[in-house]
Design a protein around this ligand. Structure first.
Ligand SMILES: Nc1ncnc2c1ncn2[C@@H]1O[C@H](COP(=O)(O)OP(=O)(O)O)[C@@H](O)[C@H]1O
Ligand SMILES: Cc1cn([C@H]2C[C@H](O)[C@@H](COP(=O)(O)OP(=O)(O)O)O2)c(=O)[nH]c1=O
Length: 206
């Protein structure tokens, strides 16, 4: 019998929106329903990708170098983790993917979206997520959550207008690619968000 290709789910949102909080929940929810789940993150997801992550989150660099390193990490991640998982019928769940490059390098930093599209078509011409969960909150809420919890990396230290543009680009893409995006109002309680996510996953499992 031919094995069915697995599903690819990505998690997006500005820093502090609550994305990481829900990834473990999704993994557990799917595993409890018999799904083989492979969970990873970007930038990162492979040993080389994690080295690139260290560089890109902490070193100053040209905007296009930053974008190229994000896509370099992604190329490795797709080849080593995502495609093999989907091919054997597992579901790949990734903490960020290409929408983050459009939102952060494109929206936040102002990189030409056409160049990002060229990189996207080069690196994954035939791969798109089956589902993208966009965790959306006002900037002040995200900032307050970050300030309460952790020391900040290069991106998290950016100013409000950077995150306003990042959030706008995420929301623009959610409209453009409405078939795969689900926007979650992340000002709700964690419990309420999980009920909503469970309903979305049930549709994908059906
Ligand atoms: N819906 C929520 N309500 C209140 N606090 C939340 C909610 N979601 C996440 N948090 C808290 O906000 C902080 C940042 O969440 P996190 O999941 O790490 O964000 P992200 O991965 O999007 O940067 C954590 O301390 C987390 O417990
Ligand atoms: C994947 C990706 C991430 N990023 C940024 C967004 C985040 O600020 C940062 C790391 O993402 P993330 O793993 O969400 O950070 P944390 O674990 O601290 O919550 O990288 C980009 O700018 N472009 C990209 O293509």
């Amino acid at each position: 019998m031919t094995q069915h290709r697995g599903k690819f789910i990505t998690f997006e949102g500005i820093d502090g929106a609550g994305k990481s909080t829900h990834i473990a929940f999704v993994g557990d929810y799917l595993k409890a329903r018999g799904v083989d789940v492979v969970s990873s993150r970007e930038p990162g997801g492979t040993p080389l990708g994690e080295k690139l992550r260290e560089l890109v989150l902490h070193e100053k660099m040209h905007l296009e170098t930053e974008a190229l390193l994000m896509f370099a990490s992604r190329r490795e991640h797709i080849a080593q983790v995502i495609e093999p998982a989907l091919h054997r019928g597992a579901w790949a769940i990734s903490d960020r993917f290409t929408d983050a490059s459009f939102a952060y390098q494109g929206g936040g930093r102002g990189m030409d979206l056409a160049k990002l599209e060229a990189l996207e078509h080069w690196v994954h011409p035939h791969l798109q997520p089956d589902l993208t969960l966009l965790f959306d909150v006002p900037l002040e809420v995200a900032r307050a959550r970050l300030d309460a919890t952790r020391s900040l990396d290069k991106f998290e230290q950016e100013k409000a207008d950077f995150f306003a543009s990042t959030r706008n680009e995420y929301l623009r893409r959610a409209t453009q690619f409405a078939a795969r995006f689900r926007v979650i109002d992340s000002t709700q309680s964690i419990a309420d968000i999980q009920v909503q996510i469970a309903a979305i996953l049930d549709q994908l499992l059906a």
